[in-house]
Design a protein around this ligand. Structure first.
Ligand code: SF4
Length: 395
């Protein structure tokens, strides 16, 4: 098995993607552990979705690893007893990862105020692992007031202090500005790849783009930049002709992630996925965060409050998420919208009736589907999408 960072120079885009797939499908966090072992004083923070201020951890000398659940290879043996049965899969599989020792090398676990199950998970973790540093980041519930930025700036500084107790390194303004610049580069590359996919989806498929982005959950940002840069070069060289497919955007998969084979099945059913919200926290901002701001903590908070994308777990009364979805469909010249929600994901499911109404009013066809991490069979979903696609092509 290749690791992407050991591939050098002239590998093809397919090889880069395949290496990313191998890495993300391999259980465990081998790359992060290797990174930690490389130098004394290093620590790992495991960040639960959806968005985490990764720069703060980076600047404190930590690797911010993105947690993305257990995928469809993990058997839930211990975590079931800690939660009610009607809870999403990622909450259970993340606890299972802890209870089976997979997160033993992690020094901190970070959760965010996205929903009740995530909040409960944070407390269950703290109770089950009293020696681990568990942080819970409160995002402001009312973004339309000036206090929101002040509050969030303080929240980030609080987390920085907590992390510095683990690494002995409080992130200076300079260090944080440096980390912002690095992650700006990551986000800019991802934005660029997303833009190419929207413009010419025959040159880059979702099943390729997804592992490229997800790889960044597991490695240092500098390595991710290198891999994305090489992948971008490969995409730019690629030719190919557009096929007669439905252009669809996808919404609802912002936290728990669907299996890669499900993403592939959507494409195989006759869609070009021209936009999605997979791993949305990795490209949470419309533009670069100000990397030269006098107060970089405030710059990060400001980016969250005023410059981040709409998502069901962000409480922003200034905008209508369903109107934003319609606008996104139009911006990507989408023929249809696929609403793909994790089973029992309340934020996503609560949003859906509003999406449905707005999409119907805008006369944009849509299909609603649910998934679970542990899904193995995709034929049924594929058939449902095929039927949907046919109804659009032959309407
Ligand atoms: S999948 Fe939905 S319900 Fe589950 S933790 Fe994420 S946002 Fe919360």
């Amino acid at each position: 098995m290749h690791h992407v960072d050991t591939l050098i120079g002239n590998e093809s885009l397919e090889e880069i993607v395949e290496s990313c797939v191998q890495t993300i499908e391999t259980p465990g966090f081998a790359d992060a552990q290797a990174w930690k072992a490389e130098a004394p004083g290093r620590a790992i923070a495991g960040c639960f979705p959806v968005y985490s201020p990764v720069e703060v951890f980076d600047a404190a000398g930590m690797l911010a690893v993105g947690l993305a659940g257990g995928g469809n290879r993990m058997e839930i043996a211990h975590a079931d007893s800690r939660f009610q049965s009607f809870v999403c899969s990622i909450v259970k599989s993340t606890l299972e990862q802890g209870m089976t020792g997979m997160l033993a090398e992690f020094d901190a676990l970070v959760f965010h105020s996205i929903c009740d199950p995530a909040r409960n998970l944070a407390s269950v973790y703290q109770r089950n692992f009293p020696d681990k540093r568990v942080e819970y980041i409160h995002f402001p519930q009312n973004l339309g007031v000036p206090e929101a930025i002040v509050f969030l700036t303080g929240e980030y500084a609080r987390v920085a202090t907590s992390m510095s107790e683990l690494t002995g390194k409080y992130p200076s303004a300079d260090a944080l500005r440096g980390s912002i610049a690095v992650y700006n580069e990551v986000r800019a590359l991802i934005r660029r790849l997303y833009a190419i996919r929207s413009e010419a989806p025959h040159r880059l498929s979702a099943r390729e783009l997804y592992p490229l982005v997800r790889y960044g959950n597991l490695v240092a940002p500098e390595i991710h930049i290198d891999v994305l840069t090489r992948a971008l070069a490969g995409v730019l060289q690629r030719e190919g002709r557009p096929r007669d497919r439905v252009r669809a955007i996808l919404a609802g998969s912002f936290c728990e992630q669907p299996p890669l084979d499900l993403i592939a099945a959507i494409e195989d059913a006759g869609c070009y996925l021209v936009d999605d919200d997979f791993l949305i926290g990795r490209r949470f901002f419309y533009a670069d965060v100000d990397a030269s701001a006098e107060d970089p903590y405030r710059a990060l908070a400001q980016a969250y409050v005023d410059g981040s994308v709409p998502v069901a777990v962000k409480h922003d009364l200034r905008i209508s998420k369903s109107e934003a979805l319609v606008a996104r469909a139009r911006a990507h010249k989408a023929d249809a919208v696929i609403v793909l929600c994790a089973k029992f994901c309340e934020p996503a499911l609560f949003e859906y009736p509003l999406y449905r109404r707005a999409l119907q009013a805008a006369e944009i066809p849509h299909i609603f589907l649910e998934f679970e991490e542990k899904m193995w069979m995709f034929e049924r979903t594929k058939t449902e999408i095929e039927t949907f696609v046919e109804s659009l092509l032959f309407a």
